[in-house]
Ligand binder design. Structure first.
Ligand code: GLC
Length: 501
């Protein structure tokens, strides 16, 4: 369990009674902490919920949900001034003693870099290799259908032109370009949906402390999240009113977005979460907002950072995961998820009913690390053949069968637990669409025969290996459905079957 997760678990113990009550009315969201300081059942909360519900259930949101549920796979991008440091500041790495997570975009907090010092990074932010079309081409080759990029992270620096704060890529850097605009347009050209991350509650530069000081309990877990080393003399409410909400308004009014990914609500009051929801809805009801808006006003759930839920959940949700062990570029993290692991993250989430938003952290020149690109493209080759089992699918009655049982419990979990992704030929994952069940495998059998226990007794009309037209033979046995596979034509990872019922 990483630091953030262990902290949130402690907070959850404090807030569990109240959050559990929330989940009765908003079952689409995951019951994990800390999602704001609104008091469930209070007159304020009931009033806000009554105004929120018609928006959340509107036809616009339903269209947004349909698109979201069909797309399944997107590219998350963490990019900002921290990319120029690559996780090292004045010779100190993220792992050297410090406070907060060791992911590279947290370098300002962890190394306690004063605001004025950190701002100097903007003077040398000149990523001349940045090419929006190239990033979008990588997402496309990976088989991704949407993109979400950090338009402003916790360091307060925006990647878009803003009248609200000149601490942005157009006004404060020699680069002088609107990165969000360039990506929005490149995505549009290629038919990729475009969304942004925006750290609405936490801003180490301009007074966003997630409401910890003014709305948190007497002993808040202040050291992990907020800027206590060089705080701005700004009240949380003023930060929301003067920077955060106006910048979100700029984003939804000036850019064509399908998703907005807000972050780190912790003790944000309910009225603020609601104001964000209403602002976004009024600009475009189809934009979906994630659960981290706070106070359970989100349109879709987030199980946690690098967390795959253990059970099927038919509501809208999105697993967010890293391709190595950091979101922002970390120059010395070469622990890349190999293609088979990437496919596992995709298949395991989709078979449980969720999406996968898989992150890359481009470096300070604007280059996505090469190994991440290679691995994503290799996984994309699998999707070219087997995409029918993923896109537009819905969970079946069970998500998987087989001997490999992996639990994914947070950003540092995978590395610490030294997990192996050595899948067996009797590991299967399932999805469905109309009258078809899809069976996905990440390993091939030695003798062309497989037994799918979960399909025992089903009346089967036809079976096809995706990407091949050969006839497939099968037989129902006492143990399950026995299938004889034809020779698999491509030499990639695993395969998928389309089973017509
Ligand atoms: C956490 C981290 C942040 C990262 C995000 C991704 O909130 O603070 O650095 O952007 O998770 O899910």
């Amino acid at each position: 369990m990483n630091l953030l997760n262990s902290v949130t678990t402690k907070l959850w113990t404090v807030l569990s009674v109240s959050s559990a009550a929330f989940c009765i009315c908003n079952t689409q969201l995951f019951a994990s902490p800390p999602w704001g300081s609104g008091v469930p059942g209070s007159p304020e909360m009931l009033e806000l919920e009554a105004k929120w519900r018609p928006m959340a259930e509107s036809t616009g949101k339903q269209r947004g949900h349909k698109r979201f549920n069909d797309q399944k796979y997107g590219m998350f991008i963490h990019w900002g001034l921290y990319a120029t440091l690559g996780g090292v500041y004045e010779g100190m790495k993220m792992e050297d003693p410090g406070i907060g997570p060791k992911v590279a975009e947290w370098i300002m907090r962890r190394r306690e870099i004063p605001r004025a010092e950190y701002a100097k990074l903007a003077n040398r932010f000149n990523p001349t290799k940045f090419d929006a079309d190239e990033w979008v081409a990588v997402a496309k080759a990976a088989g991704m259908k949407y993109m979400v990029i950090t338009s402003k992270h916790h360091d307060g620096f925006a990647l878009f032109e803003s009248k609200v704060s000149d601490f942005n890529s157009v006004d404060a850097t020699p680069f002088g370009r609107d990165i969000i605009r360039e990506l929005e347009q490149a995505c549009e050209r290629e038919g990729i949906s475009f969304g942004v991350y925006y750290s609405h509650a936490l801003d180490w530069r301009d007074g966003g402390d997630s409401g910890i000081k003014e709305y948190g309990p007497e002993k808040p877990l202040k050291k992990v999240f907020a800027n206590y080393f060089d705080p701005a003399p700004v009240k949380f409410d003023d930060y929301i009113e003067n920077k955060s909400l106006p910048q979100v308004r700029e984003l939804v009014n000036n850019y064509e977005l399908t998703e907005i990914w807000l972050d780190t609500p912790i003790y944000i009051p309910a009225r603020h979460s609601f104001a964000f929801y209403e602002t976004i809805f009024n600009a475009n009801p189809e934009i979906l907002v994630n659960q981290r808006i706070g106070n359970h006003f989100g349109d879709f759930g987030i199980p946690g950072d690098n967390v795959i839920p253990d059970a099927i959940n038919k509501n809208a949700w999105e697993c967010v995961a890293t391709t190595n062990n950091s979101w922002g570029y970390k120059s010395y993290d070469d622990d890349w998820k190999p293609p088979v692991e990437i496919l596992y993250w995709l298949i395991a989430n989709v078979s449980k009913g969720g999406n996968l938003l898989l992150n890359v952290g481009p470096d300070g020149t604007g280059t996505i690390p090469e190994q991440a690109v290679v691995n994503l493209k290799t996984a994309g080759e699998w999707l070219k053949i087997n995409g029918a089992a993923i896109y537009g699918s819905r969970p079946w009655r069970i998500d998987n069968e087989g001997p490999t049982n992996l639990h994914m419990g947070g950003t540092e979990h995978r590395k610490k637990a030294k997990l192996s992704f050595d899948f067996k030929s009797d590991d299967f994952w399932f999805t469905q669409k109309e009258n078809k069940v899809y069976v996905m495998a990440l390993a091939r059998p030695e003798n062309n025969t497989i037994l799918v226990k979960s399909l025992k007794g089903e009346a089967i009309k036809a079976i096809q290996v995706l990407g091949q037209s050969d006839l497939v033979n099968w037989e129902q046995t006492d143990a399950g459905l026995q299938i004889t596979l034809p020779r698999l034509k491509n030499d990639g990872i695993g395969y998928a079957l389309e089973v017509q019922l």
